[in-house]
Design a protein around this ligand. Sequence first.
Ligand code: BGP
Length: 488
Amino acid sequence: MDYFKTAPNFMWGVATAANQVEGGWDEDGKGMSIADCMRYRPKIDTNDYQAVNQMDSHEIELALADHSTKGWAKRHGVDFYHRYREDIKLLAATGINTYRFSISWARIFPNGDDTEPNQAGLDFYLAIVKELAKYHITPVVTLSHYEMPLNLVLKYDSWYDRRVIDYFERYAKTVIDYLHQYVQYWIPINEIDSIIRHPFSSAGLVADRFPEDNFKTVTYQAMHHQFIAAAKVVAYCHQNYPKMQVGSMITRTMVYPYNSDPDNVLAATQTMRDVYAFSDIQVRGRYPAFLLEKLTADGIKIKFGSNDKKLLAENTADFVAFSYYSSICTASDTTGLPVTKANRTIGVYNQYLPESEWGWQIDPVGLRLSLIDLYDRYQKPLFIVENGLGAVDELGPDLRVHDTYRISYLRQHIRQMLIAIANDGVELMGYCIWGTTDMISASSNQMSKRYGLIFVDLDDNGDGTYNRYLKDSYYWYQQLLSYGTQIP
Ligand code: BGP
């Protein structure tokens, strides 16, 4: 299959998030963010996501009191803050033309509500985009990837307070103005649906700070504020920089019915719609009726500002970005059915699929189905901004990692993606592998869950040299991007 002809301007890339790679948590004026409160976790058992997702005020107090780096996984990341030149140089040599990364809000506005930005923070990201420009690599920038400044949590209860929309808007405008010559593609909020699945680690909502309130109502109100903030980013870019494109981004976990019992098919459709509600709002510009019905049934009422509906309707996303790792099954009654999980979603195990070491089931055809489904739904350009395999990698005596399992995962997913472009008429802007170097895992805060094309010598205790070693998957991607005609 001649895939370069299929998509001449296709964006082949890699992706990371600031809090998982950068480190430098208190350097050059950066403020503390929720990510800096995340501790290493022992190797997770299958359902341990609860523990990570339900962090409380006590955890934050501990983090505030401890000014060390040791133990706090994301405080040092993999030291991208000091090694970005080396990392970008290695990545450029694969032949990628795209790099998706995120900006740490607390590096730009250390407290979130400051009136003036931190110049050193702005200059750090300017240096990154200049470095990328040197290699003709197009940046795709996420403004909020699990990076709420801690002060906004403590002072305003995060996104629950409407004033936080203004602080985000100020931050976004500052960054967009500063980088506008270099950055055309923006994603305001990573996996905007994640606020419902893991409210603390995604958006800094701490359940025990709302003893009197229904935490579900709090979460949905905060979600609404994120939508308004994202729509304001769209408005600002379109008004001031017409070439800029702003994407919606969701977690796309494929959901199948456990079997062909119509009740189970219905359950699967409803589970998928729960996530589509998020892209519906950003792409169609209004809340879908099914979400409003569901919220009413749950006794949840979102407070809308007087201009909110108009703002959402007039500022829709230019493209639909998503992460894809895995799939689950579901049923109308899951009692007694075997359990699996995919990216912090618990589901029913699919007997037809293998699984990763972390129990995420591997489903390349699910990617093709997702592409077909999303394109049919929106008829907007799609963008796979995350896809990859978390695995335990061993650095061999030859100082290489022979990650054939990762190559196999990537090959199968890329193949399905190319079929979706060629046979299913899907309009796809690009594909980014999750993982440049290895980095701290978002859900488990472990180092041993590795996604990168480049191995980093660092362990789950925070020990190691941080040295980089190329994996076989690195060379494989390089070969893929240079052949241009066949998938190696
Ligand atoms: C996505 C997040 C990423 C990332 C990835 C893999 O949902 O956007 O930040 O880490 O999942 O997840 P994990 O690191 O938990 O394995």
